[in-house]
Design a protein around this ligand. Structure first.
Ligand code: DMJ
Length: 467
């Protein structure tokens, strides 16, 4: 019924949010995520036994969509039940982007003190992760004992670029809100370590050893393991009211190296961002990499050497390729990874790359491209995604991921990811809203789509911005 032509698209995204939320509430309230087919809770080991990931991730979406009752019940749950005094090994990155980010946004939007208090309390629990010889944090941390370690699969005991490189925005705000400079100092030190290192061809490998301070394997990716590190360089500069010159330089230098070494065009004319393994290219692009279209467009305004138009163009080309990756499937939803080799373009060839888990990156890029160009095709592409989500992912008990988007019959994975509520549905709603809802001059979105305010220099934020 949602696809009835009398409904406007932002109303439809709101109804989708209602369906996702109501079912989470009915079947998995207080647990991390919902299993929409089996109608029960889903626990992911990324959050240890911290509970309520969907509630904290969804708070700001509920607020922005003016779902007042739901926001109130979520706030009450946080007040009464959100508990970090648990014996749990958590992913520092995931807890930071979803819980710290979600609480910070909820605080800035609503002004409710409980969110500020909880964000700072959790931030303090994450600090022992930085107790390594270099100050590059561990990936995993037991928040009771303060003992950290890295993922056993990561090259030579390394920490991951996209994980330790995606703390900056939240930690600057934690210092701003707590008056305690330690948070900002920790993330500025990460930059220092990175700036001392030689970078192969100007690129940042995904692996860095926190003890030796040396790179692990020379694998470079703008998708998984690398992605949001680049995003946070740009956004740190924007969030500082364009005073963080170091972040700015690191971002534009990195984009230059990415263009030279990773960006390619297929024979059919599709631009893509390949992966780099010690100098050799793997002609594959992940769904995660599709966020880069929006990033290039967002960074266009400050691009050096009159390259604004060029960066918008890069964003538009990546958006087009990612749209093709959706359009070339039976379900019109994109696969986890798609390839440009062996005679295919923008198509997944391996069975284990054909799934779609309700990820936001393609819709995120449409939203940025729409706001920055107002080309109506981005709204049209967003609407195609809505139709596909409603047709294939919506089930009685919520929304589910799909195991193979090239198949005509759905095989559901039975997980409603918390980022579906924080990102996918929020970006859809923003795509169909006016530009003055969370305008880019005043807000930057963390990598989980939680809006954080720009620290304007006229409002006395010089100190935060200089740290
Ligand atoms: C989210 O948690 C964030 O967007 C992160 O940056 C990447 N993975 C998921 C969404 O795909």
């Amino acid at each position: 019924f949602l696809l009835n032509q009398h409904y406007n698209p932002s109303f439809v995204s709101l109804q989708m949010m209602k369906h996702a939320w109501d079912n989470y509430k009915r079947y998995a309230w207080g647990l991390n995520e919902l299993k929409p087919i089996s109608k029960q809770g889903h626990s992911s080991n990324l959050f240890g036994n911290i509970q309520g990931a969907t509630i904290v991730d969804a708070l700001d979406t509920l607020y922005i969509m003016e779902m007042k009752e739901e926001f109130k019940e979520a706030t009450e749950w946080v007040e009464k039940n959100l508990d970090f005094n648990v014996n749990a090994e958590i992913s520092v990155f995931e807890v930071n982007i979803r819980f710290v980010g979600g609480l910070l946004s909820a605080y800035y939007l609503s002004g409710e003190e409980v969110f500020r208090k909880k964000a700072v309390e959790l931030g303090e629990k994450l600090l022992p992760a930085f107790n390594t010889p270099t100050g590059i944090p561990w990936a995993l941390l037991n928040i009771k004992s303060g003992i950290g370690r890295n993922w056993p699969w990561a090259s030579g005991g390394s920490s991951i670029l996209a994980e330790f490189g995606t703390l900056h925005l939240e930690f600057v705000h934690l210092s701003h809100l707590s008056g305690n400079p330690v948070f900002a100092e920790k993330v500025m030190n990460i930059r220092k370590v990175l700036n001392r290192l030689d970078k192969p061809e100007g690129l940042y490998p995904n692996y860095l050893n926190p003890s030796s301070g040396q790179w692990g394997q020379h694998h470079v990716s703008i998708g998984g393991l690398g992605d949001s590190f680049y995003e946070y360089l740009l956004k740190a500069w924007l969030m500082s009211d364009k005073t963080d010159e170091e972040g700015k330089k690191m971002y534009y230098d990195a984009v230059q190296a990415i263009e030279t070494h990773l960006i390619r065009k297929s024979s059919g004319g599709l631009m893509y961002i390949a992966e780099w393994k010690g100098g050799l290219l793997e002609h594959k692009m992940g769904h995660l990499t599709c966020f880069a279209g929006g990033m290039f467009a967002l960074g266009a305004d400050g691009a050096p050497n009159d390259k604004t138009g060029h960066h918008i163009e890069l964003g538009a080309e990546i958006a087009r390729t990612c749209h093709e990756s959706y359009d070339r499937t039976s379900m019109k939803l994109g696969p986890e990874a798609f390839r440009f080799d062996g005679g295919v373009e923008a198509i997944a060839t391996r069975q284990n790359e054909k799934y779609y888990i309700l990820r936001p990156e393609v819709i995120e890029t449409y939203m940025y491209m729409w706001r920055l160009t107002h080309d109506p095709k981005y709204r049209q592409w967003g609407w195609e995604a809505v139709e596909a989500l409603e047709k294939h992912c919506r089930v009685d008990g919520g929304y589910s991921g799909i195991r193979d988007v090239y198949n005509n019959r759905e095989s559901h994975d039975d997980v409603q990811q918390s980022f579906f509520l924080s990102e996918t549905l929020k970006y859809l709603y923003l795509l169909f809203s006016e530009d003055d809802l969370l305008p880019f001059e005043h807000w930057v979105f963390n990598t989980e789509a939680h809006p954080l305010p720009v620290l304007h220099k006229d409002d006395g934020n010089e100190e935060e911005n200089q740290k």
